[in-house]
Design a protein around this ligand. Structure first.
Ligand code: SAH
Ligand code: SF4
Ligand code: F3S
Length: 476
């Protein structure tokens, strides 16, 4: 009988990707996924350290899981509890102190070693040891985890692919340079091979991931086959190569830093039809004083000019961003500058957060921390503006016909969930055999978080769908 693995993932898309990789690696050791903690031989909590609340979730989860472990123990069964990800990296052995029933703590750069650690935990259980040695690995090993992990075992229509990891930017509020380590770009040939495998497993869309994805750079795979071009590639060039993979219909990348938005990448938005017209380009603040204190190394006007250049190259591109309000020392005027920047740029979507003190970061030490009330009030005002812009963007699509990639069944019976080129969720009624296909949809309504639509019957619907399409769409 296969062993059961339960994984809970917090944090960014990189963590989602990492959890998939851990599942693939443990599948080789006979673990299959379960949704039920009570049945699990192994539990992995893949954690996020970015804000205080995110980190605290680990300990409340562990408190809930402990009774299940004790119940299994009472029946002579085991439950190996692993804490992975950015809290594991940041807190290391402290996790065992706060939660002594945890077996393994593995940092984000060492999870290729997780199968060996699990093997050791299993053998301690088999040997009947009551007091087990805890296993800790928060190294930044010299070998890359990417060289050791198995290829994706299962497919998804919209897949993630990590191309870059870590960060050298040291924004003064952020833990990522400490939890993910120095900036690292995966080799182009490894990325192309992983992309081909994902497409072979059914991916129609790939989102390239990195903490600073647009800082990716690499050596061209074989100088001979690309003799005419430079041997050093940037992300724009990598995207052009990925677009050559037959069957790969859509490409995206996230998250980008404004300072790494190179010309070849901007040009790719104009030249590569598979590159979707949507860009997550966090600005954090619209005040130059705060941007300086954040160590972002660009001004608000630098960002405005950059947006103008991107929009000149790709007029239909929509933007999203991250914002932090209530950074230490942020005045009413600084906050007003952020609102002004949002009005100037106009976002299709955005994430916004109240500043959260992170131990060990320069901003955490600043003596100008704001009260919780000020942060909450500003966040509410900023989010109201962003919500209005998001609703307006979604409503601007009403009446348009756009290609929609169907990714999964919707929540209501008979409903499908698709993605627009601008990453909007599109709901409509349709046959589940459409999942994995791209079809034209007329948008009938726009809401805060999604669009509604209906199929458009045309003669040039996607080739690979063929006659089946007409048959199963009849009546919609
Ligand atoms: N460049 C990164 C950003 C990671 S953190 C990436 O690839 O996603 C995601 C967002 O969390 C940041 O853009 C920032 O808006 C927010 N964030 C980071 N540290 C924070 C803190 N201390 N308090 C509040 N929000 C924070
Ligand atoms: Fe954090 Fe700044 Fe690096 Fe993004 S660029 S991961 S916000 S330090
Ligand atoms: Fe969180 Fe680590 Fe991602 S801190 S946002 S899981 S890089």
């Amino acid at each position: 009988m296969n062993k059961k693995l339960y994984i809970k993932t917090y944090g960014c898309q990189m963590n989602v990707y990492d959890s998939g990789k851990m599942a693939d690696a443990l599948a080789v050791q006979g673990y299959e996924m379960t949704e039920q903690v009570a049945d699990a031989d192994m539990v992995v909590i893949n954690t996020c350290h970015i804000r205080e609340k995110a980190a605290e979730k680990l300990y409340s989860d562990l408190g809930r899981i402990k009774p299940f472990k004790l119940a299994r123990r009472a029946q002579g069964q085991d439950m190996i509890i692993t804490v992975a990800g950015c809290v594991a990296q940041a807190e290391g052995a402290e996790v065992f102190e706060r939660a002594p029933f945890v077996d393994i703590v593995v940092g984000s750069q060492a999870y290729h070693r997780l199968p060996a650690m699990v093997g050791e935990a299993e053998s301690m259980h088999r040997a009947g040891r009551k007091v087990r040695r805890r296993l800790l690995d928060t190294d930044f090993p010299s070998e890359s985890k990417f060289d050791d992990l198995p290829a994706a075992q299962t497919g998804s229509i919209s897949a993630f692919l990590a191309v870059q990891e870590g960060c050298d930017k040291f924004c003064s509020f952020c833990v990522v340079p400490y939890t993910r380590g120095a900036e690292f770009s995966r080799p182009a040939d490894q990325i192309l091979a992983e992309a081909r495998n994902l497409v072979a497993k059914g991916a129609r869309e790939i989102t390239l991931l990195g903490q600073n994805v647009n800082a990716w750079h690499g050596i061209a795979p074989t100088a001979a086959s690309h003799a005419a071009s430079s041997s050093e590639w940037g992300l724009g060039r990598l995207i052009q190569e990925l677009a050559e993979i037959a069957g790969l219909a859509r490409l995206r990348y996230t998250t980008s830093h404004p300072r790494d938005m190179a010309d070849d990448l901007i040009a790719a938005h104009a030249q590569v039809p598979q590159l979707m017209p949507y860009l997550h380009l966090p600005v954090q603040s619209g005040s130059d004083a705060i941007l300086k204190a954040m160590n972002r190394k660009h001004t608000a006007d630098d960002y405005r000019r950059l947006v103008d250049r991107i929009r000149a190259a790709a007029p239909n591109l929509a933007l999203s961003s991250d914002f932090i309000v209530g950074f230490p020392g942020e005045s009413d005027a600084d906050f007003a500058d952020t609102l002004r920047l949002i009005r100037d740029v106009t976002y299709a979507q955005a994430f916004s957060f109240a500043y959260s003190v992170r131990p060990g970061t320069p901003a955490g030490e600043m003596g100008t921390q704001l009260s919780r009330q000020v942060k909450e009030d500003r966040l509410a005002e900023l989010q109201a503006l962003l919500r209005d812009q998001q609703t307006a963007f979604n409503q601007s699509k009403i009446g348009q016909v756009m290609p929609v990639l169907f990714v999964e069944a919707g929540r209501k019976p008979g409903q499908l969930l698709g993605k627009s080129p601008w990453l909007q969720s599109v709901h409509l009624i349709g046959d589940s055999r459409l999942i994995g296909h791209i079809l034209d949809v007329r948008i009938t309504d726009g809401h805060l978080n999604s669009l509604s639509g209906e199929f458009v019957m045309t003669n040039d619907d996607e080739d690979d769908w063929g006659d089946d399409h007409a048959a199963c769409c009849a009546g919609h």
